[in-house]
Design a protein around this ligand. Structure first.
Ligand code: UT7
Length: 306
């Protein structure tokens, strides 16, 4: 759905959307598609890319705020769609920071010896919880899914190791009313619609993002010069550019896909990874920073070697 297509739905313009957000188009799940069907497609693509099959996976973690159903977990639906009845699967819900939380969780399970190969998926159908009469939100979000496989291997405890080097997660529920869904099983008994005070979220975004990225650099003794790629959550081009500038990360090291996908919440980082690994930019051994901030508020950064 292009910005021009959205002009037919609400009083907005391609010019406003591009100037304020950098978004040019977003995808909307078709009839019969669900978060788990998108997640399954992403999972299969990741497995193919890794030369693995579902039999090789012992844990599936799906980051989503738009599950197929309140329960069972979308990760369990995806497990079933993949024909898996071994291992275990669960969802992580941290809105736009979901994928950063899920990668951190997968890494902790691997380090703790509870899993060897983890399929980490970010999958969303935000189109289903948008108020399509509210131009301040409906132009911003889209649907999609992406996935990676994390595998246990021995490292030397150095930053030259591959995998997750450090993770910094934060949340602060006092910001709840700035970005939330106005329904739920235990409050209204309805699904609800997304509500956001965009300007308020914007005010906090760059500071929160740069705090956790700085913590990741400090924890590993690395700097922005060492970084090969910043793969940010794709909410708004101005937030991405502002964060990179504040941290002296060169614009050519920043992966931007918000123009292609809009804000796909927990799916935005793995979609950006798929684009930048797929076109050959992100290569084995590269130092990659993932970061996100979203509803809750939740925010976090993961520094990893690809
Ligand atoms: O991923 C989770 C985190 N979420 C975010 O990171 C979103 C953070 N917030 C943002 O990205 C930005 O705040 C927005 C893109 C949502 C809005 O940009 P803004 O520069 O903060 O605009 P604004 O809300 O201050 O609105 C400016 C004007 C208003 O009109 P007035 O009051 O100045 O006359 C709005 O009514 O733009 C108007 N407006 C629109 N105009 C055309 C709001 N939405 C639209 C629209 N089309 N879709």
């Amino acid at each position: 759905m292009t910005n021009r297509d959205i002009e037919d739905v609400v009083d907005t313009s391609d010019e406003w959307i591009v100037q304020r957000t950098g978004i040019r188009q977003r995808y909307v799940a078709g009839e019969g598609e669900t978060t788990s069907s998108l997640g399954e497609a992403a999972a299969r693509a990741a497995l193919d890319n890794a030369g693995l099959t579902p039999a090789d996976i012992d844990l599936i973690i799906c980051a989503t705020s738009t599950p197929d159903n309140t329960f069972p977990a979308t990760a369990v639906n995806i497990q079933n769609r993949l024909g898996m009845s071994h291992g275990f699967a669960f969802d992580v819900q941290a809105v736009c920071t979901g994928f950063v939380y899920a990668v951190t969780t997968a890494d902790a399970y691997i380090r703790g010896g509870l899993a060897k190969r983890v399929l980490v998926i970010g999958a969303e159908t935000f189109s289903r919880i948008l108020d399509w009469n509210d131009r301040t939100t409906c132009v911003l979000f889209g649907d999609g899914a992406g996935a990676i496989v994390l595998e246990a291997s021995e490292g030397e405890g150095k930053t030259s190791d591959r995998g997750v080097l450090t993770a910094h997660l934060r949340s602060d529920g006092s910001h709840k009313d700035k970005l939330f869904v106005d329904g739920g099983p235990s409050s209204t008994g309805t699904v609800g619609k997304l509500r956001m005070e965009g300007r308020e979220v914007f005010k906090y975004a760059v500071g929160m993002i740069t705090d956790v990225i700085t913590a990741a650099f400090e924890a590993t003794g690395t700097t922005s010069d060492d970084l090969d790629w910043l793969v940010p959550h794709q909410a708004n081009r101005r937030i991405i550019d502002g964060s990179a500038k504040k941290l002296n990360i060169a614009p050519e090291k920043v992966v931007v896909t918000v123009d292609l996908h809009g804000n796909t919440s927990a799916a935005s980082i793995p979609l950006a990874l798929a684009v930048a690994a797929g076109d050959g930019r992100i290569k084995k051994g590269d130092l990659v920073m993932l970061e996100a901030m979203g509803g809750g508020f939740t925010w976090g950064a993961v520094l990893l070697r690809w």
